[in-house]
Design a protein around this ligand. Sequence first.
Ligand code: C5P
Length: 227
Amino acid sequence: MINQGPVITIDGPSGAGKGTVSQLIAEKLGWHILDSGALYRLLSLAVSHHGMSVDDTETLKVLAEHLDIQFEQSEDGKIDIVLEGEIVTQAIRTEEVGNNASKLAAIPEVREGLLLRQRAFSQLPGLVADGRDMGTVVFPAAQIKVFLTASAEERARRRSSQLEQKGESVDFDALVKTIKERDERDANRTIAPLVPAAGALVIDSTDLTIEQVVEMIFAETVKAGLA
Ligand code: C5P
């Protein structure tokens, strides 16, 4: 890999604030962003659209390598996520798609199929990569590695207020249970488990604001001479 520029990896469980923090850091630095969870979610949606079996792992690998995915800048400055020509920015954010994505993510062929696609996001002037294994597997040479976490209850609170804003009803206890189950699956899978990378800055955001987290990571970036 030559000349792709510096990388900041932000790994951690869902609901820790990685998405928002990654976006704010990328904007502050003028760098590219990789939402790797979106790739797993897109694959999950494609598998259900095409009625595919999750047991046919070789076909899943081919699909992961070649799936028609675009991240397009829309007029209001937001990113439209496009799967096989259809805008699915909202459709990939449901609990069902997330849960199925987490099951697909435990299949080695799926992770292998997505690996090079993820590395291709690393371009000048730099990349902020958000996910579970960005610092451990996908960008092991990243200049800055962050592991962002928060308690399961706090993550469920954040998720339920997002769902309520969208007018969806929420069973809070069921949400905590699903979040814990997904954490368990992500942390204990044999391939690319969700663990902090060696040397990662571990930030527990339970009692921190988004701005405080962004400042902590930005300070690391300045210290490393990247900003
Ligand atoms: O981050 P997000 O909730 O969108 O990710 C959906 C699922 O994709 C996660 O629960 C996780 O199982 C999987 N994932 C992963 N590795 C990544 C990003 C996401 O295994 N780098």
